[in-house]
Write a protein that binds this ligand. Structure first.
Ligand code: C5P
Ligand code: MG
Length: 297
């Protein structure tokens, strides 16, 4: 039906079911469709040329942003913050993807990670007008085929909700610089709160981390009410926590879930196959979501 689904990177537990969902969505028409996607490591690349790409939180800590030469010039306080951010990633990311621990066990540790990172960013007194440059100089990259993905959704007036436990200000900057922040895009994420001098003083609202996207979705009922006429959902994520992003959708008819399995493939394959309809293994492109959208629109 969709030739790209035979690609080597595509795994499906029940291809027949995928076909049925796709047919039902096609029949309902593209004006009933909405897309809900995670940001970090779903819309952005996980790695490039064998090197990990940064998440929103780690863009400010990226090697290019803070080059060694630059690091020497920085005052010790900032340098120490950056090193601590590095250290947090090394400590908590392995926990995030550890299959031997339960969600209950990981949850408090994930909250601890986000809280420590946000405190450190506030300590750094980041300025609002420094974000654009940090993003420009970082290694953050949207996945291959992103222009087609964003532009098609815009042209077809299909709403795209980016639901991210990353940092809203940074992710908006990434898509703005890529010229794809179209009016059909809405973002739910952690936003920075700047003081009157444009200095970061806190984060706004309730923290969104990888295990509370369900609460985040239910909190934003207004958004989903507006989209009541769009009960067919294409969901894209890279973490099992992303599966809850559509929990606010009203009167859902069909949902097709595409999951990127970027890391620890063998250990996590079965749980991804059990929860996502289509699993993409070590695939750095948006080819499959684009092929699905091409079929549906
Ligand atoms: O956009 P998304 O919801 O994927 O953003 C969350 C990701 O950000 C997590 O999967 C985690 O690996 C990463 N993260 C990070 N630094 C933090 C907290 C989360 O890189 N302090
Ligand atoms: Mg992610």
């Amino acid at each position: 039906m969709i030739p790209e689904l035979s690609n080597g990177s595509v795994l499906m537990k029940d291809p027949q079911r995928v076909q049925e969902i796709l047919q039902s969505m096609l029949k309902a028409g593209s004006n009933t469709l909405q897309v809900i996607s995670d940001f970090d490591m779903t819309l952005t690349r996980f790695s490039y040329n064998g090197k990990r790409c940064p998440t929103c939180h780690n863009i400010l800590d990226n090697s290019k942003t803070i080059s060694n030469e630059c690091r020497l010039k920085l005052d010790l306080r900032i340098l120490s913050c950056l090193l601590q951010l590095d250290h947090l990633l090394e400590t908590y990311y392995p926990i995030e993807i550890d299959t031997s621990r339960s969600v209950e066990e990981k949850l408090p540790l994930m909250v601890e990670w986000w809280t420590k990172a946000h405190d450190l960013l506030v300590e750094q007194k980041i300025k609002k007008d420094e974000l654009a440059q940090a993003v420009r100089e970082s290694d953050a990259m949207l996945r291959e085929g992103y222009e087609l993905f964003f532009d098609r959704l815009h042209e077809q007036s299909i709403p795209l909700l980016i639901f991210s436990a990353g940092i809203g200000d940074i992710l908006e900057e990434v898509i703005r610089q890529a010229n794809v922040f179209h009016p059909n895009v809405k973002v739910i994420s952690n936003y920075m709160d700047f003081d009157e001098f444009g200095m970061l003083r806190a984060f706004k609202g309730e923290l969104i981390h990888i295990y509370n996207k369900r609460e985040g979705a239910l909190f934003n009922t207004g958004h989903f009410k507006e989209l009541r006429s769009k009960p067919n959902v294409l969901l894209m994520g890279d973490s099992l926590g992303d599966l809850d992003m559509a929990d606010g959708v009203q009167d859902m008819k069909n949902i097709l879930k595409i999951g990127y399995l970027n890391d620890k493939v063998e250990e996590r394959k079965q749980s991804y196959l059990d929860s996502y309809d289509i699993v993409l293994v070590n695939d750095e492109s948006l080819e499959i979501p684009n092929a699905v959208l091409h079929y549906l629109t």
